[in-house]
Design a protein around this ligand. Structure first.
Ligand code: HEM
Length: 400
């Protein structure tokens, strides 16, 4: 796979063992192209104490208090504006493209306070090339995605270096990840400039396709299941009724979105946003009677467990209620966000972001798919030619 001998493990117990036992010589084993383009200090490339440091720094950026006091207000302000934009109605929209743009711009705003501008446009164009490069073969010839990805990385580094330089030259304080990484807030985890840059790229990268695809697929499932859309809309209309039109969402509102959380988790399960994770052997090892040579990759394929009937009854049906009926998030085989020391530290941030998006989307709009678009689930969940929808104002169309 991408140039490496790889075994694929679909056995839930073996998968759990691997995820829980990184220290026994099974660290992440992502492809060379990904490591080259995301940088040698990116969290998936580092182990042991350096990993603890990078992870600690990341977790302190997205602690529940920071999400509540700083990130939620930012996401709220962003979504409110992004979703009021007149580019939503009276035309056909590719919601795949739109959710990607939305997630990138929202993350850039959280990371460095950058609003939609020529800089964000330039950054986004390079970032898209970087993403494509990470899933390509590492062949460094002009016109390969790998080559373009490496070039994009260089440009992005230059942009972030300039931001760091500007901040060092000014006395201004900011409430964003870059400020926290450069200053006292995460001083316990003092990072070099190179580490800061790789951390910023990692944050933008890790939350990009995961959150945008979940947002798109949530709209797809809700569109196909009007009963659940109605229930979701009721939850959000209830919140709006308690507030003035200009009031932002607060933490209590977020906590009250129980059904929304269930819709998001059910979407990540049914669509399987992440099929699995990659590990490598640092020595020859035996797993379930098989000898795996040193240096081989192990694809810890977690997709199947999402359709295990003993965990999820009627597993191929979209049923958000299952998450409210049983504590599935604390199950031993809940691998949607990984497991062990690498378990996703961005999970709650992702849920806040998607919940806020759904809030403004379903309270303002209704939508219909144009039809005829296909979905692909492997190797990644995507609509190869886009997912086209027509959006109209919710209140307006209700009174028609
Ligand atoms: C629906 C959304 C998301 C899903 C399904 C998801 C899934 C995952 C999974 C499966 C892993 C484990 C990777 C491994 O074991 O090799 C992971 C790790 C990670 N995720 Fe997420 N993720 C999501 C959103 C986010 C967001 C929004 C961020 C950041 C803003 C983020 C940041 C990270 C980071 C930094 C790691 C690496 C952790 C480590 O190596 O210690 N994720 N994610």
């Amino acid at each position: 796979m991408l140039g490496c001998p790889t075994i694929v493990s679909m056995d839930p117990d073996v998968n759990r063992f691997i995820l829980m036992n990184e220290a026994k010589g099974i660290p992440p084993g992502y492809p060379q192209s990904m490591l080259d383009i995301l940088g040698k200090s990116n969290i998936a490339a580092v182990n042991g104490d350096i990993h603890k440091n990078m992870r600690g720094s990341f977790l302190s950026l997205v602690s529940p208090t920071i999400i509540k006091d700083q990130i939620l207000p930012k996401i709220d302000a962003f979504m409110r504006t992004y979703l009021s934009d007149h580019s939503w109605t009276h035309q056909v929209i590719d919601i795949q493209e739109k959710t990607k743009e939305m997630v990138f711009l929202s993350s850039l705003n959280q990371v460095a306070g950058i609003e939609a501008s020529p800089l964000s446009k330039e950054f986004m164009a390079e970032f898209y090339k970087l993403v494509l490069g990470t899933i390509s073969l590492p062949i460094n010839l002009p016109f390969t995605n790998y080559y373009r990805g490496l070039k994009a990385r260089k440009k992005i580094i230059r942009i972030i270096e300039e931001l760091i330089e500007d901040r060092r030259n000014s006395q201004e304080t900011h409430q964003d990840f870059l400020y926290s990484l450069m200053n006292g807030v995460v001083n316990r985890y003092k990072l070099s400039d190179e580490e800061i840059i790789d951390q910023v790229i990692t944050i933008l990268y890790s939350g990009f396709e995961t959150v945008s695809t979940t947002s798109m697929m949530a709209l797809k499932y809700l569109h196909d299941h009007p009963r659940f859309l109605e229930e979701l809309r009721e939850e959000h209309m209830g919140i709006r009724e308690r507030k003035k039109a200009e009031d932002p969402l607060d933490w209590d509102d977020l906590k009250s979105m129980r059904f929304t959380r269930a819709v998001i988790l059910e979407t990540t399960r049914l669509a399987t946003i992440v099929n699995g994770v990659l590990r490598k052997t640092t020595k020859e090892m035996e797993l379930e009677g098989y000898v795996i040579p040193k240096g081989w990759r192990i694809y810890v394929y977690t997709r199947e467990i999402n359709y295990e009937p003993s965990l999820y009854s009627d597993p191929y049906t979209f049923n958000p209620w299952r998450w409210l009926d049983k504590p599935l998030e604390t199950e031993n085989y809940f691998f949607i966000f990984g497991g062990g020391t690498r378990r996703c530290p961005g999970k709650e941030l992702a849920i806040v972001e998607i919940s806020t998006f759904l809030h403004y989307f379903v309270t303002r709009y209704r939508w219909e798919e144009v039809g005829g678009d296909t979905m692909k689930i492997f190797p990644r969940v995507e609509a190869p030619n886009g997912l086209r929808i027509k959006v109209s104002f919710y209140e307006h169309s209700k009174s028609e």
